[in-house]
Design a binder for this molecule. Structure first.
Ligand code: GAP
Length: 438
């Protein structure tokens, strides 16, 4: 059964080295997290899985990687400087600030008693800094609040160099920054986070069709990577909720322990961004279709996901507790492609005689898969650790291995064990991982 309580995942992440509060030795830095040895592998796997589906397995999407620091002109044109804000209210009782749209009633969440809030005012979420040695107007730069603008401002560059034509997409994975008023729920809402965004440029009259297509395709991606369908839903935004650039947005939501929360937004950005940048830069952002002799500004359908939130959702959905040999165990039933390690090599004993063979096996497997090597503790405890971090297979090297050239493969989900010849091990593991991990 998936985790019912966020603390189950928060504790596991800390205990096993997935995610640590940032600057913990100084008391932590609210809403920032560091990804440890396992978390950094898993976060990378989440992003790689997205790139695999969105870029590698399609012939109509290219990947780019653009600057985090942006000139004010970019965000003036995009509307972020004037419109990217949340309504903020102050509580006169506890002196704290809240997002007005997140207050259920007129009850202060801190004091649990009615109080008067100040009138709402717009709070811009952009992080501002300066470039170069002199502070001042001319040196102001902004940290991007979405990766999207890097794709819009490079539309012509990509169009000219990639030989794509609408419908086609530009994809990007990278950090974004927002001065959130109420960060929280672990890695769900932080001020620094990673996005996986696709700007899909289409002829204007195909926009509605592609919007539907991407809503379906993106929901299916989460299911393919292990989230049960009943833990996902698509919710269409009400008009009042729409971002300044959107003519229609649907969120893919996940059932978090505290309720439904957004994993990804799919927005119809129309020709808003390209037209804004065309106007502000005085350049043309158009596509000329030689087949029809038509010149048009493409419309954009944008599936925009968050890598950190998605990782949290995969962890929550994969979490399970069961009983093996009368002992309770915690197991992360992660999709093999998302698990930090696909295989762990475990020499039964630390005795010198087993180490060279175990290291040789490790080297063979590590050439293809991310592997762990662990020779500490009793074997049962090592299996438990690998279960808890989601490793699909353990390979145990024992003293018989020296005689019969065989090792034991143990499966995470069933705990079933079988003996396999070392020569056939890589093929066997590859077959068992199958398409899920090649
Ligand atoms: N370019 C469109 C855009 O940025 P968004 O809905 O504001 O749309 C897309 O962001 C995704 O980025 C969200 O669905 C969420 O997964 C992630 N995201 C946004 N703000 C976040 C935050 N403060 N912390 C973590 N993830 C965040």
């Amino acid at each position: 059964m998936p985790a019912q309580d966020l603390d189950q995942i928060v504790n596991l992440c800390k205990r096993r080295g997935f995610v640590y509060p940032s600057g913990e030795i100084y008391g932590g830095f609210r809403s920032s997290y560091d990804y440890g040895p396992l978390g950094s592998l898993m976060l990378r796997n989440v992003k790689d899985a997205w790139v695999r589906t969105i870029v590698q397995q399609r012939d109509d999407v290219v990947l780019i990687d653009t600057a985090i620091l942006g000139a004010p002109q970019v965000f003036e044109a995009s509307g972020h400087l004037s419109s990217f804000s949340d309504p903020l209210v102050d509580c006169t009782v506890c002196k704290r600030r809240f997002r007005q749209d997140q207050l259920d009633e007129r009850d202060c969440p801190q004091e649990k008693k009615g109080c008067d809030f100040t009138e709402a005012r717009a709070f811009n979420l952009m992080f501002k800094t300066h470039a170069g040695p002199i502070e001042g107007e001319g040196a102001t730069v902004y940290m991007r609040p979405e990766t999207a603008q890097g794709m819009f401002v490079n539309f012509t560059n990509v169009l000219q160099t990639s030989r794509k034509r609408p419908p086609f997409g530009i994809a990007q994975v990278g950090k974004s920054f927002r001065n959130e008023i109420t960060p929280g729920n672990f890695i769900f809402r932080t001020r620094e986070f990673e996005q996986m965004e696709l700007e899909f440029f289409v002829p204007p009259n195909e926009s509605a069709r592609w919007y539907e297509y991407w809503c379906k395709a993106r929901k299916q991606w989460y299911i393919d990577y292990g989230i049960p369908a009943e833990m996902l839903r698509i919710r269409e935004h009400a008009k009042a909720e729409l971002s300044h650039y959107s003519a229609g947005t649907s969120d893919i939501e996940f059932k978090f322990p505290w309720g439904w929360g957004e994993l990804e937004g799919i927005a119809q950005r129309t020709d808003y961004d390209l037209k804004q940048h065309a106007e502000h830069s005085r350049q043309k952002f158009e596509y000329f279709d030689q087949a029809t002799n038509e010149r048009y500004v493409p419309y954009v359908v944008e599936p925009a996901a968050g890598a950190n939130r998605t990782m949290a959702a995969f962890l929550l959905a994969a979490y399970d507790e069961d009983v093996v040999n009368d002992e309770p165990r915690t197991v992360l039933r992660l999709h093999p492609r998302l698990a930090p390690f696909q295989v762990a090599v475990l020499p039964l004993s630390k005795k010198e005689s087993l180490t060279p063979l175990a290291k040789k096996i490790y080297a063979t497997l590590a050439a293809r898969y991310m592997c762990d090597f662990d020779e500490t503790q009793a074997i049962g405890r090592r299996y438990r650790r690998q279960d808890e971090i989601g490793t699909p297979f353990c390979v145990t090297v024992d003293f018989d291995s020296l005689e019969d050239d065989s090792v034991t493969i143990r499966e995470r989900d069933t705990t079933a064990q079988s003996r396999v010849k070392i020569d056939a091990l890589l093929t066997e593991i590859s077959q068992r991982l199958g398409d899920s991990c090649t």
